[in-house]
Structures are given as C-alpha cells and as structure tokens.
Design a protein around this ligand. Structure first.
Ligand code: NDP
Length: 447
C-alpha cells in the first residue's frame, strides 16, 4: 500500500473494528490507489479519501411482523446510503440471515464504484434485513415486506434513493415492497427497480446481471482471440445471476457443467442446456427447492455436498453466489486444472488471497464491480424509462446493455494501460471508478 495512504487506512480500520467485510472491500480498493496517488495527487485534496470511506447516511430500523401462527417476529432493517456524488443512491436489498452492518456497508461501498463504471447518473447504496425468506409462506413474506417498507418509504424515492433486488429479494419481494410503497407514499413512482413488467419494470432487468456478466467475459475472451464456444464453465449459485449467466453462456456455445446452492453443487458433464435450465428455474423460483433435486431428474449428473464446486476442471469459472465463496485453495485448484478466466457475478466472491493467485498467474480476472454491473445498468435504464413513461423493447435494452458492458470493458483496459498495469482489470476498474467519484466530490465542495 502507498505509504501516504496508510494512515487513512489505519484510521478506517480503527473506526470500523468488527466490520471485516467492509474493511476487506476498502483494502481491495486501496491496493489500486497508490497508482492514482502518484499520478493524480490533486484528487486526494480536501480529504476526499476519508470522506469516500464514510457513508453519507446509515439507517437501521426495527421490522416487526406477524408469522402465520400469530406470533410476532422482529428483524433488523438496514439502508446504507453511501454516496450521492454521481446520482441518487442506487443498490439492491438483501434478505438473508447473515445480513449485518458490515455486510451492508461493504455492499454499498462497492456499489458506489460499480455504478460509476456504468457511466449512468447513479450514486451508491445498499440495504436489506436479516430476515430469511426460506421456508416462509407468501403471506409471511408479504407481511414482512410491508413492515420493512413502512419505515423505508420515507427515505427512498425516484430522485433520492432507488433500491432493487439482491440475494433473497426477487420479483415476488419487489412486488410486495412496491405495492406498499405506492400505498403509503401515494405515488406511482420509480422508487424501486426490478419491478414486474406490468407496472413499470424494464424488459431484461431479470436477465441483466447474468447476461451482462457473460457479455463482459466474452469481450475479455475475444481480446485474446477466444470465445465461449466449446468452453467448459462452472457457475456457483442457482439464483437470479447464476440462472441467466448459465442461459447466455449456453446460448454462446459453452458447456455449463455445474451449478450450486448453499448446500452443495451438481455436476452434469453433458452440460446444462436450456431445457435443463428451465427445470432449475422452476425448481428455484417457483418450487423454492434445493439444487440436489436436479440429480433425481437428470440421470448421469451427480450431487456433491459442501463447497467443492471449484475442484471441477473448467476453462471458465463464475462465482455467482455470495462473498468470499472462493478462497486461495479453490483458486489453486482452478489454476491447476487449467482455468483461463474467472468472472465474478457475485459481489466480492473471491478472497484477497485468491485474487492474488489469479493475478500472479496472469489469467483473465474480471472483478465484480465491472463484471456484474449489468444489473444496475439495466436498473438505470428502468429509471430512465419510468421518468419518460416509456417502455423500450427487449432488443433495445439488450443493445444498450451490451454497449454499457463493452464500454466498461474498454474503460478497464484503457485505464490499466494508462497506469502501467496492462490487462489488470481489477486495477483498471478500481482506478477508473475512484477517479470519477473523487472528481465529482471535489467539484461539489465539502458536503
Ligand atoms: P439469489 O437469492 O437469486 O441467489 C443466490 C444464490 O446464491 C442461491 O443459489 C443461494 O443458495 C446462493 N447463496 C446465497 N448465500 C449463500 C451462502 N452464504 N453460501 C452459499 N451459497 C449462497 O441472489 P442473486 O443471484 O440475485 O445474487 C447472487 C450474487 O450476485 C450476490 O452476491 C449479489 O450481491 C450479486 N449481484 C446480484 C445482482 C442482481 O441483479 N440480482 C446484481 C449484482 C450483483 P441458497 O438458495 O441455498 O441460499
């Protein structure tokens, strides 16, 4: 780390003790900042760095709701409004029992820089709750969402803060949240994205993160004269991002051989084609079942419990489940088996030690803040359509998504070259996004 920046990092560590995920995200960015400091010292004036590390606002609130047996349950709700330097706060809501302040702060911090890369006018935020939708009835999920919105509504709005989905928050939850927002705010406004198509949603928002990830990886491969055609691919998770990454990779001729959930992974050497993927979508989205049920349906596939997915030999690996799901041992196994490309669909899925291994080996490594920006990019397009009271066609949104992913790819490549680390997408993404956010902050004064 650059010596001059070390005191700022030491201070942020002291101030945020007990928030390991947030500190991990900050440290990941800091490792690229030395290069910016040496070239653009002026970007660090007015204590911009310390200001960027402090969320503009952190909301934490009680969410009481009644379960189906009539018992009152209490969860904790969060919204971290990290930065409005580039636009209204924007970022998803996560419902998962592991949600805590550290996780929300890391996700909001990452979101600020990811959103900058899209070049759309979007600030960064994130929110959620330690509520677990698993095993809950639709009525329970609805009552929880309504109670959550009873507090959140006063902080969000199409010009202030625009949440969307994330882990545990899909079409069902966004529907309940939007319904309650509309009722109590008395406004039919684009205060949430990821909405249903009938009430202000955008074509392709559902697919956007997974498709965008594959577009980004395809641009990386193309730069090396390669493509997805015939490549063996493993994708962790089997939720929104994983499903549509699988769909687009298969459409481009890849053989997706593995998917997973928090219980374990399935391996299908023949490849998960579009028909098999339909089964997975129904299993996970409608039946809310477990991935091991795949092997009962498709003979010749197998299920392995635990986190063993990265031991499978593949050309391309895509972690699309959760943070820190791929560690240095996993990275070593992937490299030993000849993997040539890692593209992060989840946020911060690779540990710092795993990333070092990928960078040292010189393989293609697409960091989350660049590779999974397709979701928020189409959320930005949903906001534009809502503001114009227009709906673009699927074809039109897809063309814009491709163009945005292409531009992010170019930005990473050009910035990495300019700063003396050609081919390092992580440095390119960090440097480019930091420069945008810092510049906007400096132009807006000390606020
Ligand atoms: P979903 O809830 O749709 O799916 C999450 C998947 O990851 C499920 O298969 C789930 O398994 C698995 N998973 C979740 N938590 C864990 C865990 N602690 N350990 C192992 N597996 C886990 O979420 P999304 O697909 O929307 O999100 C996946 C990742 O992508 C997250 O990191 C999210 O932040 C990121 N992302 C999402 C975007 C979006 O548009 N949705 C945009 C950009 C990033 P199980 O069912 O067993 O819980």
């Amino acid at each position: 780390m650059e010596k001059k920046l070390q005191p700022v990092f030491d201070k942020v560590q002291r101030k945020n003790e007990g928030e390991p995920e947030f500190l991990q995200a900050v440290s990941e960015l800091f490792h690229s900042l030395g290069k910016v400091y040496r070239k653009n010292e002026e970007l660090f004036r007015d204590n911009v760095l310390e200001r960027i590390l402090e969320p503009e606002r952190v909301l934490m609130f009680r969410v009481p709701w009644m379960d189906d047996s009539g018992k009152v349950q209490v969860n904790r709700g969060f919204r971290v409004e990290h930065s409005s330097a580039l636009g209204p706060y924007k970022g998803g809501l996560r419902f998962h029992p592991s949600v805590n302040l550290s996780m929300m702060k890391f996700l909001a911090f990452e979101q600020t820089f990811k959103n900058a890369l899209t070049a759309l006018p979007l600030g960064g935020g994130k929110g959620g709750s330690d509520f677990d939708p698993k095993g809950k009835s639709d009525a329970e999920v609805m009552r929880f969402c309504q109670s959550f919105m009873n507090e959140l509504f006063r902080h969000i709005g199409d010009q202030t803060d625009v949440p969307a989905g994330d882990i545990g928050v899909g079409v069902r939850e966004i529907g309940f949240l939007f319904g309650q927002y509309k009722k109590i705010a008395n406004r039919f406004a684009g205060a949430l994205t990821g909405k249903g198509l009938l009430y202000g949603g955008s074509e392709l928002r559902l697919e956007a993160t997974g498709y965008g990830l594959i577009y980004f990886a395809a641009y990386m491969l193309a730069r090396k004269g390669k493509s997805f055609e015939g490549k063996r691919v493993s994708i962790s998770g089997s939720g929104n991002v994983a499903q549509f990454a699988c769909e687009k990779a298969a459409a481009l001729g890849a053989r997706v051989v593995a998917l997973s959930d928090s219980g374990g992974h399935i391996e299908d050497d023949e490849g998960i084609d579009l028909a098999k993927l339909e089964f997975v979508k129904h299993l996970k989205n409608e039946k809310r079942g477990r991935i091991f049920e795949y092997v009962e349906r498709f003979k010749g596939s197998r299920y392995i419990a635990g986190n063993e997915i990265w031991k499978i030999p593949v050309d391309v690996a895509m972690p699309c489940a959760t943070q820190n799901e791929l560690d240095d041992l996993d990275a070593a196994a992937l490299l030993e088996n000849g993997c040539i490309c890692i593209a992060e669909g989840a946020n911060m899925p690779s540990t710092p030690a795993a990333i070092s291994k990928f960078l040292d080996a010189g393989i293609l490594f697409a960091p989350a803040k660049a590779a999974n920006a397709g979701g928020v990019a189409v959320s930005g397009l949903e906001m534009s359509q809502n503001a114009m009271r227009a709906s673009w066609t699927r074809h039109e949104v897809d063309a814009r998504l491709r163009a945005i992913m292409n531009r992010i790819h170019q930005t990473c490549i050009e910035t990495a070259e300019q700063f003396g680390v050609p081919g390092n997408y992580q440095a390119g993404a960090n440097i480019a996004s930091f420069r945008m956010v810092a510049t906007a902050m400096l132009q807006q004064g000390v606020v």
